[in-house]
Design a protein around this ligand. Structure first.
Ligand code: HEC
Ligand code: HEC
Ligand code: HEC
Ligand code: HEC
Length: 446
């Protein structure tokens, strides 16, 4: 959104905060300060803070309310179990204090560099009277509530009306993934780069389904009408995540600070040295990369390519060629000018189409089982693409397993063992990864 539009919304919000009950939506304001500023204010979108959702009769119930369209326990789940509720507190803990010192910030818990992702970071002028920033709270994902808070509690009010009034449409899987990625992948304005990682920040890893389950979800993932909704959300999440990572790569490759180490395979640099004859990295390099040059991190591609192949084999082949060229170019210490931008643009246009199709596709149990098999069968190649690729594939396989056999926990221990391998990532060994995936594959119900 343009600065002008933001300023205008702020103005409208300020009017509301001041207690004026004029309906701004009904009387659009037009400001003509500069030609750019000629915009109509849709409504006052102010942030009200999580307290306004917390009442037991609203979203703060202890138990799901029978007969209600929603659980009504959303606030309870968030405050008691969701790490987002603690995201601001984290900024006062020793690790953050240490990071701030290393990065030369006055204090992590007041640095814009940190607040953007660890709080509901609403500009002052969009803060309503009741506003409180308590970590990543409801409106960080659901959008500013001032214009829909009252009416959305009435029976006849629809989700579409809320969206019209400024609610962020988290029901749209593409938008849902994108809102997560603003913090879990980063944007041009808020990001986690290698400098921050070296100072102590965790590397950003994400998978929509796995992370939604881990939040944990405060909504019902499955309905009678759509029993395989988690499979669709996995598929859409994979494709949108890959598209987002292409955008981030393009952005970083265009910056003077390239190479940005956080785009490369972390353990190309951070592994321990072995005897030359035990080294698998150079042995398994396909010749496209000069020995000693760090490879691009393709973790978001190695599983997404199976998702794409299941939908459209031709598109998958086309994207494979683009990605191979991208890997060649991005691992060069001095990439060809404009080449990364051109390749990521091609990748994005293939993904745009795939995402549009994935939203309307009707996945079923067989879809998940087939995807799980395809990823498992590809373990040998995935394994050599580095620790992060193996970790992303493991997350995907577990998610698909749970989607196909939600009540069957027979393979739990085998997956736990697989995840154990990522505890010390510098010691990651592709042979162990392949062996464990084969064990899981063999135990899958046929
Ligand atoms: C682009 C968004 C983003 C920015 C900017 C950001 N963080 Fe984070 N931070 C995250 C996410 C997402 C996680 C959770 C990572 C995970 O577990 O997958 C996280 C996790 C952390 C953790 C680990 C928390 C825990 O519970 O173990 C610390 C500490 C932290 N961040 C501190 C900071 C500090 C200090 C800054 C500013 C210098 C900062 N972050 C900036 C997104 C961000
Ligand atoms: C990290 C992002 C995030 C945060 C924070 C968050 N939500 Fe959600 N919420 C979602 C997503 C994603 C969904 C599932 C999609 C949907 O139904 O809109 C959802 C679903 C819901 C639903 C169910 C909607 C329906 O029609 O089924 C309610 C109600 C809700 N959230 C309320 C809250 C409240 C109240 C808070 C704060 C206490 C909150 N959410 C915090 C992301 C979030
Ligand atoms: C405004 C930024 C923001 C948004 C939007 C956001 N997150 Fe987060 N998320 C964070 C931060 C910061 C943390 C780290 C909190 C901590 O460790 O205390 C985090 C942590 C998590 C964790 C815990 C990770 C772990 O290692 O245990 C999960 C799971 C998660 N987020 C899922 C999601 C999902 C799913 C969405 C979208 C529906 C989402 N997040 C949207 C900022 C965000
Ligand atoms: C091109 C090589 C390269 C890549 C790729 C790379 N790093 Fe680094 N990393 C370095 C160097 C060099 C340092 C600085 C070491 C020092 O200060 O002694 C460093 C420092 C670090 C540190 C601080 C270590 C310490 O003991 O202080 C961490 C943590 C880290 N990197 C994590 C990562 C992660 C996670 C990734 C992938 C997202 C990554 N690195 C990718 C080269 C790399």
């Amino acid at each position: 959104m343009s600065r002008a539009a933001l300023a205008l919304i702020s103005l409208a919000a300020a009017a509301l905060i001041a207690g004026l009950t004029v309906s701004i939506a009904a009387a659009p304001i037009v400001v003509a300060a500069t030609p750019l500023a000629i915009v109509q204010a849709p409504a006052a979108h102010a942030y009200t803070g999580p307290g306004s959702c917390a009442a037991a009769a609203c979203h703060g119930s202890i138990r799901p309310v029978p007969g209600s369209a929603i659980l009504q326990t959303e606030y309870t789940t968030w405050i008691a179990q969701d790490r987002h509720a603690r995201a601001a507190e984290v900024l006062s803990q020793p690790l953050s204090v240490r990071m701030a010192k290393i990065l030369g910030l006055a204090a992590a818990n007041s640095a814009p560099k940190c607040l953007g992702c660890h709080t509901l970071d609403a500009p002052a002028a969009t803060q309503g009277r009741t506003f409180a920033s308590e970590g990543v709270s409801c409106e960080a994902c659901h959008g500013p509530a001032s214009a829909w808070l009252g009416p959305h509690t009435t029976k006849t009010w629809t989700h579409a009306q809320s969206v019209q009034a400024g609610m962020f449409d988290t029901k749209d899987l593409v938008k849902r993934t994108e809102i997560c990625l603003t913090c879990h992948l980063g944007t041009a304005d808020k990001f986690v780069d290698h400098e921050m990682i070296a100072a102590g920040h965790p590397d950003l890893v994400f998978d929509l389904e796995a992370f939604s389950a881990a939040m944990p979800r405060h909504w019902r993932p499955v309905t009678e009408a759509d029993p395989f909704a988690p499979v669709r959300s996995f598929i859409v999440g994979q494709l949108v995540h890959l598209r987002g990572s292409m955008e981030r790569l393009a952005r970083r490759a265009a910056a003077p600070a390239w190479p940005e180490y956080a785009e490369l395979d972390c353990f190309a640099c951070h592994h321990s040295l072995t005897r030359a004859e035990d080294s698998w990295r150079q042995r398994d390099a396909d010749g496209a990369r000069r020995p000693g040059d760090p490879a691009l991190n393709v973790a978001r591609w190695v599983t997404a390519r199976h998702v794409l192949a299941a939908q459209d084999a031709k598109a998958a082949t086309e994207l494979s060629e683009v990605m191979a060229a991208l890997e060649r170019d991005a691992s060069r210490r001095r990439p060809n000018d404009g080449q990364i931008a051109a390749l990521t643009t091609r990748a994005r246009s293939i993904l745009d189409l795939a995402i549009a199709r994935a939203i309307t596709a009707k996945p079923e149990a067989a879809t998940a089982a087939r995807l799980l098999r395809a990823i498992a069968a590809d373990a040998e190649d995935i394994a050599t693409r580095g620790e992060r690729a193996a970790e992303q594939a493991a997350m995907a396989m577990e998610t698909l397993y749970l989607a196909t056999a939600a009540s069957d926990t027979a393979l739990r221990p085998a997956f736990d063992e697989l995840f154990q391998q990522f505890k010390n990532p510098s010691a990651y060994d592709p042979r162990r990864f392949v062996a464990q995936v084969k064990k899981i594959d063999a135990a899958l119900p046929r």
